[in-house]
Design a protein. Structure first.
Length: 90
């Protein structure tokens, strides 16, 4: 079984729906909000910077940003402990 390559989540602001069709060839499109004009897609981490530069050059693309989800804490044990201590004091 092949291993899934590391991926990076990108948040892309666009001007029109035509831009979405162009974005599909750069990675795995997970969500697109037509009302808010943004899309969330995943690209391979190995060629992340090249993909970002290519996406920025497309017509109809306003902004490209790396999503902060990779840097968020996944372990909430410490936070839960603090909350339980605070609730006991009240």
């Amino acid at each position: 079984m092949s291993e899934i390559p590391a991926r990076t989540e990108l948040i892309i602001g666009f001007l029109n729906q035509r831009s979405l069709r162009q974005l599909a060839k750069f990675g795995d499109m997970r969500y697109a909000s037509l009302k808010m004009h943004y899309a969330i897609m995943y690209v391979n981490q190995a060629d992340e910077q090249q993909q970002i530069e290519k996406i920025k050059q497309l017509r109809g693309i306003k902004s490209v940003a790396v999503a902060p989800t990779a840097t968020l804490a996944a372990d909430f044990a410490e936070l839960n402990q603090q909350l339980s201590e605070d609730s006991q004091l009240s």
